[in-house]
Design a protein. Structure first.
Length: 220
C-alpha cells in the first residue's frame, strides 16, 4: 500500500488510495467493484450535519449506516476508508443520462461537512437542529439556477472548495481513461426530486464546476 501512495503528481498511476487523504480503518462497507475498476465520476454531497464534525466520526457514522463515501471536514481534509476500485451506497435512488440508474455503482461519493439548506430564524437563518449561523456562513439563492434550488445554505468553506477541485483533478489525473469531469455531479442532479445538495453550499453551479475542472486540467 505504501508504494501505491508514493506520488500525488505523476499521471496515470491508477492508485487506489489518495496520497493526500487520511486513511481510516476499518473500511466502510463495499457492495461491489466498479465495472471499470475505478469511479467514472463523483457525486458532491453535503452532510446536513455539523460543519465542525471530526472526519473520523463522519466516516464512522457512514460505516454504521452501511454507506461508503469519501468524507471532507471543514478544513478540506479528506478521509478515505475504502480503495477506489470498490463502490457502496451513497446516492440512494438516482439516475443520470449516460449512466442509467443507481449511480452509486458508477460514481464515488464525497460527503462535505456542512449543514446544507437552512431554515428561517427571524431576520437570519438557522440549521435544521436550531443553531443560528452568522451571515458570513450563509449563501442565499434567490431563484433556481441550474442545480441550485432557491433558499439559504451553509457555505462550504474556502478550504473545502479548494479541496473539492484538487480531489477531482487528482482523480482524473490518476486514471484519465475512466474518470470523466462530465460525471462530477451534485446529489441534486442525480436525485433532483429528493435532494438539494450541494445546492447553494457550493459557490458555483455544478455545470460551472465541471467547466472549471476541464479548464484547470487542460492547463495543468
Amino acid at each position: 500500500m505504501e508504494k501505491e501512495r508514493v506520488s500525488a503528481s505523476a499521471s496515470g498511476q491508477k492508485l487506489l488510495w489518495i496520497p493526500f487523504a487520511e486513511i481510516v480503518k476499518p473500511e466502510m462497507k463495499a457492495r461491489g467493484t466498479y465495472s471499470k475498476g475505478y469511479p467514472q465520476g463523483l457525486v458532491v454531497h453535503h452532510t446536513a450535519g455539523h460543519q465542525d464534525k471530526l472526519g473520523k466520526s463522519g466516516v464512522a457514522y457512514g460505516r454504521e449506516q452501511g454507506h461508503l463515501y469519501l468524507y471532507m471536514d471543514m478544513h478540506g481534509k479528506i478521509f478515505q476508508a475504502f480503495p477506489l476500485n470498490k463502490w457502496g451506497y451513497h446516492a440512494g435512488k438516482s439516475s443520470y443520462p449516460g449512466l442509467g440508474s443507481g449511480v452509486s455503482a458508477k460514481l464515488v461519493g464525497l460527503e462535505v461537512a456542512a449543514a446544507g439548506k437552512l431554515d428561517r430564524a427571524g431576520s437570519g437563518w438557522k440549521t435544521y437542529w436550531g443553531k443560528p449561523l452568522p451571515k458570513e456562513q450563509v449563501r442565499e439563492i434567490p431563484k433556481k439556477n441550474a442545480n441550485q434550488q432557491p433558499g439559504a445554505y451553509q457555505r462550504y468553506t474556502a478550504a473545502q472548495e479548494a479541496s473539492i477541485i484538487e480531489l477531482c483533478l487528482w482523480l482524473k489525473k490518476n486514471n484519465p481513461a475512466v474518470f470523466n469531469f462530465d460525471y462530477v455531479l451534485g446529489h441534486d442532479e442525480v436525485a433532483p426530486t429528493r435532494k438539494n445538495d450541494p445546492g447553494g453550499s457550493l459557490s458555483m453551479t455544478m455545470p460551472a464546476l465541471r467547466e472549471l475542472l476541464k479548464k484547470r486540467y487542460a492547463t495543468a
